[in-house]
Design a binder for this molecule. Structure first.
Ligand code: PMP
Length: 415
């Protein structure tokens, strides 16, 4: 009813405008784009690539709620619910827990830009594209980056990490829990303690793993943890949960220099999210209201299922998927079973085939998105993401039959 009223107001207003303009010469040199004459209707696709994943109707509907002010009391309540949802999903008591307005990269920059100052040492574990990107970001702000590298598909031992910490004495260490370019799930136990032993903050990227594999921010000594909305959470891209431990706050709030980004300045964001001790919140930026509605619903769905239940579902579905792939003669890229990411699976590009032909055949014939490799895995692998609501045996069966079909119909050269 209310929506109809708004529609009518708009129609009335635009018909008046048309009336007033008719007969007068236009001052515009750029005409109305013809492409905008018709509305856009998104096709339905099975989003089984590394993200974004499908968004369930409940979350889409939550996002379609009417817009309210980003600083209305109801919005502050939603933000407080989101904070509690993230604390649950991350398993943390950290007060400074919120969602960055932006995608996973924004959260990544929020973490690095606030925790590091020019000249600070940072140790980046590089076993795929996310370590490479973290290196690039840290270099841009004048941090001194040292890396440890493992071949794509590989991991680091705690001993290797300890040696690098003791050699470089960094202020911060970066590690991807779920390396979505290579399909690796990195063990975290003990690394937080090692970092703290060397006076270093532990920063973890869980964009591709949160909700899909066990993760305990506080117990594992993680100082900064961030994720994205569009993977296991099944919300639209555009908001990115993040949390800072008291140790990380100590560093971020006692800087000699201002963070390079105003938009990502933690002091401003802490105030916007009601996480500081100031009596009132000040306008910083206009939060993405609809994205926050969706994120709240996504966190609600995760809490409804239960975090442990969600981890277990992703584990069993991934196992079912992996054995189905191997039965078909396909080879998994990550050799060590315990290091396989349950959310994003990397499959060795089948010899003799053009991987691009396979992904486009599957899209065209089955309406299913799967993708090729990224960064160091480009050309080497196919990637399939089964995350959140897409992590089911039914999705696995659909992907397996699409692959079977592709291997039969795509061109195969002699190898
Ligand atoms: N880290 C990891 C592990 C990711 O998988 C992604 C998204 N593919 C990102 C960071 C960046 O997230 P976004 O694309 O939302 O910026």
């Amino acid at each position: 009813m209310k929506i109809n009223l708004l529609d009518e107001m708009w129609n009335l207003c635009s018909s008046r405008l048309v009336h007033r303009r008719s007969g007068t010469m236009s001052s515009l040199s750029v005409p109305k784009p013809a492409c905008l004459n018709k509305p856009f209707v998104a096709p339905h696709r099975f989003m089984f690539g590394p993200g974004p994943s499908n968004v369930p109707p409940r979350i889409l509907e939550a996002g379609a709620n009417p817009i309210i002010g980003h600083m209305h009391p109801e919005m502050f309540e939603i933000m407080s619910d989101i904070k509690s949802g993230i604390q649950y999903a991350f398993q943390t008591q950290n007060n400074l827990t919120f969602a960055v307005s932006g995608t996973g990269h924004t959260a990544m920059e929020c973490a690095l830009f606030n925790a590091l100052e020019p000249g600070d040492g940072v140790l980046v574990a590089v076993n795929g594209i996310w370590g490479e990107r973290a290196t690039d970001m840290a270099e841009r702000i004048g941090a001194k980056v040292n890396t440890i590298s493992a071949p794509p598909g590989g991991c680091f031992t705690n001993d290797e990490i300890k040696k690098a910490l003791s050699k470089h004495r960094p202020a911060l260490m970066f590690l991807a829990h779920g390396e979505s370019s290579t399909g690796v799930l990195h063990a975290l136990d003990g690394i937080g303690d090692l970092c703290h032993q060397y006076g270093c903050l532990f920063l973890v990227d869980c964009v591709a793993s949160m909700g899909g594999a066990p993760l305990y921010m506080d117990k594992q000594g993680i100082d900064i943890l961030y994720t994205g909305s569009q993977k296991v959470l099944n919300a639209p891209p555009g908001s990115a949960p993040i949390s800072f431990s008291p140790r990380a706050c100590q560093k971020a709030f006692n800087r000699r220099t201002k963070p390079v980004s105003f938009f990502l300045d933690l002091a401003w964001l802490a105030n916007y999210w009601g996480c500081d001790d100031k009596p009132a919140r000040t306008y910083h930026h206009t939060g993405p209201v609809s994205a926050f509605y969706s994120l709240r619903e996504a966190l609600r769905m995760l809490a409804e299922e239960g975090l442990e239940e969600s981890w277990e579902r992703h584990r069993t579905v991934a196992e079912y998927f992996h054995s189905g792939l191997e039965d078909m003669g396909l080879k998994l890229f990550v050799k060590d079973k315990s290091s396989r990411l349950p959310t994003v699976t990397t499959i060795l590009a089948p010899p003799g085939y053009d991987w691009k032909e396979i992904t486009s055949f599957i899209m065209k014939t089955h309406n299913v998105e799967v993708s090729g490799g990224l960064g160091p895995s480009a050309g080497l692998v196919l990637r399939v993401g089964l995350m959140g609501c897409n992590s089911s045996r039914a999705s696995v069966d659909m992907v397996l039959s699409a692959f079977r079909d592709a291997l039969q119909h795509c061109h195969k050269s002699k190898v």
